[in-house]
Design a binder for this molecule. Structure first.
Ligand code: T4K
Length: 392
C-alpha cells in the first residue's frame, strides 16, 4: 500500500483571496477621509461602476450579501405563486422563494452539467407558476437558450442564481445578460468577494431603479417612501474590500487555471473519477470560466470507494473537501413534503448528489499540493486493490 504523509496544516476546500494588506489599508484611509461608512458612498459607487465593466452588464446593484440580493431580485420582478428551481444548490436558492411567500417546485437536473434540465421544466408548469429560478451550479452555465425559450412560451420570468459564476461568459457575453436578473454572491469563499456581499445584475433601466428602491427601504427621497423595501445595502468597508480584491482577480484566475489543469493531469485515467469541466451543455459555445470550484464525481462501482468514504478518508490526511450540495434542498424538512420533492421526480439529482466532491481549490495552493492531494485520492483506490488481493 502507498504511504503518503498527511498535510502538516489543514487544507480547506477554499481560502479567501486576500489582497496585499497595504492596498486595503490605502482604501481604508479613503474611507476614513470621506467620513462616509455606508448608504452608497464613493467606494460603493466606484465598485458598482467597475463591476458593470467586469461583468459586461448595463446595471449592477450591490447588496450586503447574495441572499438578500436574490430576495430583492424576486421582489423586483413581482414573482408569486410557484417558481421552478433546482434541488441541487445551496439552501439560499429555495429559501429566497420562501421568504417571498413563493412555493418552490423542484425540477430534475441534467446528468452532465448538474444544472436544471430544461426538458423537465414544462411538465412542472401550472397556472400558478411565475418564473424559473435556475442556478449556474459550480459556475457551469445553464442552457440559457432553452430556458429562455420555455419562459417565453409560458410568459415566465427567468432569474439566475449566478453565485458561482463571477466573470463567466458565453461567446463573449457576460453571464448576467441572460434572463431577467442574475444574482452574484461576493461571500469570502467566492473568487471575487467583499467578505460578505452580493449583487443583482439587470439589463432593464426601470428594473434597476426598482431594485435600488427595494434595497434601501423604498426611499425615493427625503419625503417619499414608495414601496416596502428592505435594508440590503453594501457598506463602504465591504465595497473597499471589493475594489482591493478586484485588482487581483485576473492573477487569481490565472493561478486557478493552472491548478485546474494540474488536477486534470494528475487525475487523468483514474478509473471512476470524472472531472466537471464547467463547459456547459453546448460544447460549441466559447465559455470563459469562473474557476470557482474544482469538482469531481466519484463512481463508486468503478473507483471502489464511495464519495462519502473518500470525503472521510481525506480528513485523515488533513484535507477538508466538501460534499456540495448534499443533501438536496428537496430533502430538507421544510421542503420534503412538497409533491415535486418526491425522489421519483428527481432521479438524476438523487444520483448526482451522492457522487460530487469539491476538492481544495484556491490560488494559494501549490501545484505540488495538488499533486499530493491527487496521490492521496489515488491511494484510496490502490488500498482497496491491495486488500482485495490479500483477501482472495
Ligand atoms: N446561491 C448559491 C448557489 C450559493 O452557493 C450561495 C452561497 C448563495 C446562493 C448565497 O450567497 P451569500 O448569501 O452567501 O452571499 C459557503 C458560503 O458561506 C456560501 O456563501 C456559499 N454559497 C457556499 C457554497 O459556501 P459554507 O457553509 O460551506 O461555508 P464555510 O464557513 O464552511 O466555509 C467553507 C470553507 O472555506 C471552510 O472550510 C474554510 C474556508 N473559509 C471560509 C471562510 C468563511 C476560509 O478559509 N475563510 C473564511 O473566511 O458556505
Amino acid at each position: 500500500m502507498l504511504s503518503i504523509k498527511p498535510f502538516e496544516k489543514p487544507i480547506y476546500v477554499m481560502r479567501p483571496l486576500l489582497p496585499e494588506i497595504g492596498s486595503f489599508i490605502d482604501k481604508m484611509r479613503q474611507v476614513w477621509d470621506s467620513g462616509w461608512l455606508t448608504n452608497r458612498g464613493p467606494q460603493h459607487q466606484q465598485l458598482e461602476e467597475s463591476l458593470k465593466r467586469v461583468l459586461k452588464i448595463p446595471h449592477v446593484s450591490l447588496f450586503n450579501n447574495g441572499t438578500i440580493a436574490m430576495i430583492v431580485a424576486c421582489q423586483s420582478l413581482r414573482l408569486s405563486g410557484e417558481v421552478i428551481t433546482t434541488p441541487f444548490t445551496f439552501p439560499a436558492t429555495p429559501h429566497v422563494l420562501s421568504w417571498n411567500g413563493i412555493k418552490p417546485t423542484f425540477c430534475d437536473i441534467d446528468p452532465i452539467t448538474m444544472n436544471i434540465d430544461p426538458a423537465r421544466i414544462e411538465s412542472l408548469i401550472t397556472p400558478q407558476t411565475t418564473a424559473i429560478l435556475a442556478v449556474h451550479v459550480f459556475g457551469t452555465p445553464c442552457d440559457v437558450i432553452k430556458i429562455q425559450e420555455m419562459a417565453d412560451r409560458y410568459g415566465l420570468k427567468v432569474v439566475y442564481d449566478a453565485a458561482h459564476a463571477f466573470g463567466v461568459e458565453i461567446n463573449g457575453r457576460g453571464i448576467g445578460e441572460f434572463g431577467d436578473a442574475s444574482m452574484f454572491s461576493f461571500h469570502a469563499t467566492k473568487l471575487f468577494h467583499t467578505a460578505e456581499g452580493g449583487a443583482v445584475a439587470v439589463k432593464n433601466d426601470q428594473l434597476k431603479t426598482r431594485i435600488d428602491l427595494l434595497q434601501n427601504f423604498g426611499i425615493k427621497n427625503e419625503e417619499e417612501v414608495i414601496m416596502p423595501g428592505i435594508n440590503g445595502k453594501m457598506n463602504e468597508l465591504q465595497a473597499a474590500m471589493g475594489l482591493a480584491v478586484l485588482d487581483y482577480i485576473e492573477e487569481e484566475r490565472g493561478k486557478r487555471q493552472k491548478l485546474f489543469k494540474a488536477y486534470c493531469r494528475f487525475l487523468e485515467g483514474v478509473n471512476g473519477i470524472s472531472i466537471c469541466d464547467n463547459n456547459g451543455k453546448n460544447k460549441e459555445d466559447g465559455i470563459k470560466k469562473s474557476y470557482q470550484y474544482f469538482v469531481i464525481r466519484i463512481d463508486e462501482n468503478k473507483f471502489g470507494k464511495s464519495r462519502d468514504e473518500v470525503y472521510e478518508m481525506f480528513k485523515k490526511f488533513n484535507v477538508f473537501t466538501r460534499k456540495y450540495f448534499y443533501p438536496l434542498c428537496s430533502d430538507y424538512a421544510c421542503y420534503s413534503q412538497l409533491p415535486s420533492s418526491r425522489e421519483s421526480n428527481l432521479p438524476v439529482a438523487h444520483k448526482v448528489v451522492k457522487e460530487v466532491l469539491c476538492l481544495p481549490f484556491y490560488g494559494g495552493l501549490g501545484i505540488d499540493d495538488v499533486e499530493r492531494i491527487c496521490m492521496i485520492l489515488k491511494s484510496f483506490q490502490s488500498s482497496i486493490k491491495v486488500n482485495a488481493v490479500v483477501s482472495s
